[in-house]
Design a protein around this ligand. Structure first.
Ligand code: GDP
Ligand code: IMO
Ligand code: MG
Length: 389
């Protein structure tokens, strides 16, 4: 069986932890989207590890960073080094597609500059150069890993990139950038190969449906597709037909700007943030917190064509007196017009633990609105803290 794990809200649903859990029954774990903007937290023998680019598999998996992933070579090398300390064997198990787009310091500077120019309309990006790298690629001026096999070609491309970006960021030192990129490339060169895959595949999507550039809350989105249907195209693995595992939190969080109809403030929000440890895995920013939004969750389940639904962080709500649930909106639910949306939030009775009848009632409300069964509950950050229901 092949599978894919996808986030159904605004990211950070616990995809990494679910990937780690499912990776045991798969041979390969494959990334096909996002880049170092992703932060997927998992625990190896009690030790916390945040994956930005390497798929969240374990030592028994082969790991493929396929062509849709945006690679920051320095971030990748640092991550390989840290992971080798935990699993020395990982060294021989990582494959990187030569087609991957490479983020250069030019795109990181552009990301910062463009956000600055947007002023109060800034997206609140992770400043990892994601948008400008996708834009440069669309201009057919961006860097790909295959460019690095010829220093001359890479120099020419960097010189063009420097010219294109000059009106925004001024002059850059092409020689210096070339030298530092090539130094990082040398360390991963032997791993650059298209994986010939036999065995079962687990795709690890990044970000989430509501951050997808075409189906999310544009313009407050990321720049690479987060949908399971984009996995074949962006991985080059066309015949896997993965079963879709959709992951959602028992409440909602969002990092960065953009509409968030069920957002809450004051003490209840602070309590949620503290109980859930809601601080960004990549940037450390405080995550905005709110109640579960079922019309949006239903939308995301449909867009992702979810086969199996997984709720994470159910434990975080233990001990709350009341829990907010948005079951409907007044008027239509349009992801691009959520700023003016009017969600109706009701409160259900809180629970002490997940055996409580009030928790079962909460599940029934979710299942009725999203028209799917919740098949697994995750109740802690460790790989084994999950049970089928
Ligand atoms: P991802 O980007 O979707 O992989 O999620 P992140 O790693 O950015 O954020 C999820 C956070 O919640 C991490 O700190 C996880 O360790 C933690 N986590 C995952 N599942 C659970 C859960 O069921 N309960 C609790 N309490 N924490 C969880
Ligand atoms: P994972 O995979 C949460 C958000 C940023 C910003 C917007 C655009 O860990 O769930 P970008 O840097 O991509 O141009 O930023 O998207 N964002 C994420 N939010 N989790 C992520 O990844 C995110 N990746 C990007 O905060 O609002
Ligand atoms: Mg994350």
């Amino acid at each position: 069986m092949n599978s894919i794990v996808v986030g159904l809200q605004w990211g950070d649903e616990g995809k990494g932890k679910i990937v780690q859990h499912l990776s045991k029954s798969h041979d390969w774990v494959v990334r096909f989207s996002g880049g170092p903007n992703a932060g997927h937290t998992i625990y190896y023998n009690g030790q916390k590890f945040i994956h930005h680019l390497i798929p969240s598999g374990t030592k028994n998996n082969k790991l493929f960073i396929s062509r849709g992933t945006l690679v920051d070579l320095e971030v990748l090398n640092d991550e390989i080094k840290s992971m080798e300390r935990i699993f020395p064997e990982i060294r021989n198990n990582i494959y990187i597609s030569a087609w991957c787009r490479v983020i250069s310091p030019i795109e990181k500077d552009l990301d910062i500059k463009i956000e600055e120019l947007k002023g109060s309309n800034a997206v609140g990006t992770t400043k990892r150069g994601i948008g400008p790298t996708v834009a440069d690629d669309a201009h057919r001026a961006g860097l790909r890993i295959f460019d690095f096999f010829s220093e001359e070609k890479l120099r020419r491309k960097l010189t063009t990139l420097a010219l294109i970006s000059k009106p925004l960021i001024g002059d850059v030192d092409v020689d210096n950038i070339l030298e530092s990129l090539l130094k990082e490339f040398k360390k991963i060169k032997v791993r650059v190969k298209e994986a010939s895959i036999n065995g079962s595949v687990l795709f690890e999507a990044t970000q989430a449906i509501m951050l997808d550039p075409m189906y999310g809350t544009y313009p407050y989105v990321t720049s690479t597709s987060c949908l399971p249907s984009s996995a074949p195209y962006f991985s080059g693995l066309f015949n896997k037909n993965p079963e879709v595992f959709g992951v959602f939190k028992a409440y909602t969080t969002r990092v960065g700007s953009g509409p968030f109809p069920t957002e809450i403030f004051d003490e209840e929000s602070e309590k949620l943030r503290k109980a859930g440890g809601e601080f960004g895995s990549t940037t450390g920013r405080s995550r905005r917190c709110g109640w579960i939004d079922l019309p949006l969750l239903k939308y995301a389940c449909d867009v992702a064509n979810v086969d199996h639904l997984i709720m994470t962080k159910a434990d975080v709500l233990n001990g709350f007196d009341r829990i907010g649930v948005c079951q409907e909106y007044e008027g239509e639910v349009l992801p691009y017009a959520l700023e003016s949306a009017r969600p109706k939030v009701d409160y259900v009775k809180g629970w002490k633990n997940l055996q409580d009848i009030a928790f079962k009632d909460f599940l029934s409300v979710i299942e009725r609105i999203v028209k799917r069964k919740v098949e697994y509950i995750s109740f802690g950050p460790k790989e084994e803290d999950i049970k089928p229901i």
